[in-house]
Design a protein around this ligand. Structure first.
Ligand SMILES: [Zn+2]
Length: 404
């Protein structure tokens, strides 16, 4: 396999088998389900960890894309702080762009504070939601071509933001050229993504699914953008999505790199993020996690225990299909997203119901598939859920959190 970015040959890391699109929740069980082979590889030349094949983008981001950022209170709060930290120093003559702006959870701050702004997102339903809240948005994929159009209409951008979206873009050359062109000379490009260092540490292989074409590290981001005169100047670790990294980029030579960035890059080298051995070890650990989860769940089911899923996340699709766990083990999923309720999980055929419906048929065990929101969920559930219901946490380690 060739590296998607630098075309050098890569090393096969994971083979998760045949996989549906993570967000392809279905109305009917007999609907045709698109599948692809989910495999990963690592490039020793540019340090990019990547999936080998991916479905066409149109199969992933569409008008019924079921994820609205604003449904998570902790994310809304997170984006508000993000904007405060990185907003341009003055409102005059400044222009803020967000790639993958979803329903406007970050740009709402720009709007409220009177900054000229524009959101770009390919999913029609979320763009409509943003527009209805007065946030300037267009329904497009970001590209070099679009960057030129935006620049000719609105001028250069002082800030370009992105959250959990750069890893969705297959052609990083096109992206980097677009950023280089659109970003003002003293501007900053700030983006955050699930972090490779955290994934390897927690064995959170559920970060790997169709939308995440790359899982980035400081080392890979530095290499990819340097080619286009964009310099990594800061790294900031985030707790969101089970461990994310914020990357701050500027035009080459305009900003002094932070000490923290140098410290994290050193740590990445010590952690072996530039070594293929580290990834092969990760793959072996994924296999081990698969056996452990199957053993626990099949054991509980054999004892007649009722098991349900909490949070029908995109990430759960990888776990369920890779571990071959379906509706014979998991009775239902409860999820607060109305767009997912009444549907079935992709490939594992588990019905998704609301939290209210789940209250009427509580299981013996809830598996925390939204493990990255564990604290928020446990706090919310602490006085609603009877103590007879136990929690199974799967990442960073398989454990039963409470039991009757
Ligand atoms: Zn490469």
């Amino acid at each position: 396999m060739r590296c998607r970015h630098c075309s050098n040959s890569t090393v096969l890391i994971n083979d998760f088998g045949s996989m549906p699109v993570a967000n392809s929740f279905r109305n009917q069980l007999d609907e045709d389900l698109f599948r692809f082979d989910l495999k990963t590889s690592f490039c020793e030349f540019c340090n990019l960890f990547q999936i080998i094949d991916n479905p066409k983008v149109e199969q992933m981001f569409h008008d019924s894309y079921p994820f609205f950022t604003s449904t998570s209170k902790s994310m809304v709060n997170h984006f508000s702080k993000f904007f405060e930290e990185f907003k341009p120093p003055s409102k005059e003559d400044s222009f803020v762009v967000e790639i993958g702006s979803n329903d406007g959870s970050l740009l709402v701050q720009a709007k409220n504070q009177g900054f000229h702004h524009l959101g770009v997102d390919p999913s029609g339903n979320v763009v409509e939601r943003a527009k209805s809240c007065g946030i300037n948005s267009i329904c497009e994929f970001f590209s070099e071509k679009l960057a030129k159009e935006i620049k000719s209409k609105h001028g250069e951008a002082n800030r370009i933001f992105a959250a959990n979206v750069i890893c969705h873009i297959p052609d990083l050359h096109d992206l980097a050229r677009g950023i280089k062109d659109l970003l003002a000379q003293d501007g900053l490009f700030v983006f955050e993504e699930p972090y490779l260092g955290s994934m390897l540490e927690k064995i959170s292989y559920d970060q790997i699914y169709d939308e995440h074409i790359y899982i980035f590290s400081g080392l890979s981001v530095q290499t990819v953008f340097a080619e286009y005169g964009l310099q990594l100047v800061d790294l900031q670790e985030q707790t969101t999505h089970g461990g994310s990294m914020r990357y701050v980029m500027a035009h080459q030579g305009t900003t002094t790199p932070s000490k923290e960035m140098l410290r994290i890059l050193d740590r990445e080298k010590n952690q072996g993020l530039n070594s293929v051995e580290t990834y092969l070890r990760f793959a072996r650990e994924c296999e081990k996690r698969r056996s452990q989860l199957r053993e626990l769940l099949f054991g509980l089911a054999a004892e007649g225990k009722r098991i349900a899923g909490y949070g029908a996340t995109s990430k759960s699709t990888t776990i369920l299909n890779y571990c071959n766990i379906g509706n014979e083990i998991i009775e239902y999923f409860c999820d607060t997203t109305p767009e997912k309720q009444g549907k079935f999980t992709p490939g594992s055929h588990i019905p998704v119901i609301s939290r209210e419906e789940a209250q009427e048929r509580l299981p013996d065990y809830f598996i925390l598939f939204a493990w990255n929101h564990a604290e928020e969920i446990m706090r919310y559930e602490s006085n609603k859920m009877p103590s007879s219901v136990a929690w199974i946490n799967i990442i960073p380690k398989l454990e039963i959190l409470s039991s009757s």
